[in-house]
Design a protein around this ligand. Structure first.
Ligand code: GUN
Length: 319
């Protein structure tokens, strides 16, 4: 069994006198793996603090999207838990592009802030890419700036984008071999699908894979996903990947976060991924939702912020 995974009970199914043993997938637990990484970050944060630097992260939220509010709150809370400096800047839905660009400019200049991000999506009247382009690349802990995207693509990353980096850490730290394996990425967003594919194709640890990307316009997606040794799903549709689309023994990473109606739940909704839960009977290992990729995203954002602070310290020392 790979390291850092939790084995599920075997399901024993008695069918008309014959005994069928159905193996269920091992669980790759982001909750546990992120704790391991936070332990490593604690030591790096202590070292920075001894040198007079407290890593600082600012998060800018424009508008009042409830999901974004939750993510922003979680980022601030995690900074606090790690003893990092955190700033949450909340701006109204009516904020103009010029006002937001002025905020970015202030954050670019603020020496207490080593990294910052603008929570996406932005209101429709703001040009998202123009705002991303205005972020100082050395503080771009989301790794969304074209300069950092380019560095990642040529295999010289300063930062890695949080969600794909979290997926890669799950694979590495649970002992999943990626070298020479066929990775199929489902989805082509700028935040997950495209950078995920770019990272898995690199000559690097936790990569060196043969990569295929499928998306909403791909014909017969199942014929391609069935070839995957490692299937990474970020398409934003609840239960999109069914058991018939998965090769026996594949490792399945579910990046989906979909809220579906559930009258039995207190809130009336329940969080599910993009992968049908019955896929566990086909996969050798799989991430749960919640508790899989989710906790890793915020963890890698913290890791990028600590890295940005370490870089700032190095620059200070070399002056
Ligand atoms: N919205 C959804 N995911 C993200 C993310 O990783 N970074 C930012 N800035 N916004 C997001």
């Amino acid at each position: 069994m790979p390291r850092n995974v939790s084995a599920c009970a075997k399901v024993i199914n008695i069918k008309r006198g014959s005994l069928t043993v159905i193996m269920t997938a091992d669980l790759i637990l982001g909750k546990e793996i992120s704790q391991q990484i936070y332990g490593e970050l604690d030591a790096r944060i202590d070292r920075l603090k001894k040198n007079g630097i407290t890593p600082g992260l600012a998060v800018v939220l424009v508008g009042d999207d409830p999901a974004s509010q939750t993510y922003v709150r979680m980022k601030g809370k995690m900074c606090q838990e790690l003893g990092m400096h955190s700033d949450t800047i909340i701006m109204p839905e009516t904020t103009t592009q010029e006002e937001l660009l002025a905020r970015v400019s202030e954050l670019n200049e603020n020496p207490d802030i080593h990294g910052f991000l603008i929570q996406l999506p932005l209101p429709k009247h703001i040009d998202e890419q123009a705002v991303i382009n205005s972020i100082d690349p050395s503080k771009d802990v989301d790794c969304f700036h074209p300069f950092n995207v380019g560095r990642m693509l040529i295999g010289e990353p300063e930062f890695l984008p949080a969600t794909p980096a979290g997926v890669q850490q799950l694979l590495i730290r649970s002992g999943v071999k990626t070298d020479g394996k066929h990775v199929v990425v489902v989805g082509r967003s700028n935040i997950v699908g495209k950078p995920m594919a770019a990272m898995m194709v690199q000559k690097a640890i936790g990569a060196n894979s043969t990569v295929t990307v499928v998306h909403s316009r791909t014909e017969d997606i199942g014929s391609i996903t069935r070839q995957a040794d490692i299937l990474i799903v970020a398409i934003g549709k609840a239960g999109f990947i069914t058991p018939g689309m998965v090769k026996e023994g594949a490792v399945v990473i579910d990046v989906g976060t979909n809220h579906i109606p559930d009258p039995a739940a207190k809130k009336g909704t329940r969080l599910v991924g993009d992968v049908d839960e019955n896929v566990k009977e086909k996969a050798s290992a799989m991430t749960p939702v919640p508790g899989g990729v989710g906790p890793m995203t915020i963890c890698m954002l913290m890791s990028n912020t600590v890295h940005a602070a370490e870089r700032a310290y190095e620059r200070k020392c070399s002056q």
